[in-house]
Design a protein around this ligand. Structure first.
Ligand SMILES: [Mg+2]
Length: 176
């Protein structure tokens, strides 16, 4: 059965800054490439699931988001890592503008993005992992019946904590 490592983006792949949407705003969390490499070697698909309400709020466009996603994909590819998919949700129920103002099943804590990955890649949710830095990431994973859920820095993401935490994790991947 196929399995995946689902990753939140902001605060897990890159250090949290408010509404990052350009490459110059991206600082990768230390150890994230080692972790993804280890997961890839163990046969996990790598799938990013990211709320991007900054689009709905009008802070940046979908085109800017896709440009940044391509750039991030390239940084991983350059290190021999394939990110199979990046799912994003641009909507916000209260602050979205125009068509973006809506409840979305894709917006975490709802599991829509994870369920799309499970469907597309024929994944066993129980054998899959989710790493996030917010409780909403965990709620989404729980709702999608993801077997292993790892929460970084529950309240306020602090980059140093995330860095330390991720750095050691790849060594334990095979035991998860
Ligand atoms: Mg996050």
């Amino acid at each position: 059965m196929n399995r995946a490592l689902f990753l939140d983006r902001d605060g897990v792949i890159n250090q949290e800054v408010n509404y990052a949407h350009r490459p110059d705003q991206i600082v990768f969390v230390e150890g994230i490439f080692d972790l993804c490499h280890a997961a890839q070697n163990l046969g996990y698909f790598l799938i990013v699931v990211t709320n991007q309400a900054g689009i709905g709020r009008g802070y940046y466009t979908e085109a800017q988001f896709h440009h940044l996603t391509q750039w991030i994909d390239y940084q991983f590819k350059d290190r021999g890592i394939l990110l199979h998919e990046t799912y994003f949700c641009p909507d916000h129920p209260d602050h979205g503008l125009g068509p973006y103002k809506k409840e979305s099943f894709d917006r975490k804590p709802h599991p829509g993005m994870i369920l799309k990955g499970i469907e597309k890649y024929g994944l066993s949710p129980e054998s899959s992992l989710m790493i996030g830095d917010r409780e909403t990431d965990m709620q989404a994973a729980r709702a999608a019946c993801i077997g292993t859920k790892l929460l970084l820095c529950p309240e306020k993401p602090q980059q140093t904590d995330a860095d330390c935490w991720i750095t050691g994790l790849h060594q334990g991947m095979e035991y998860l």
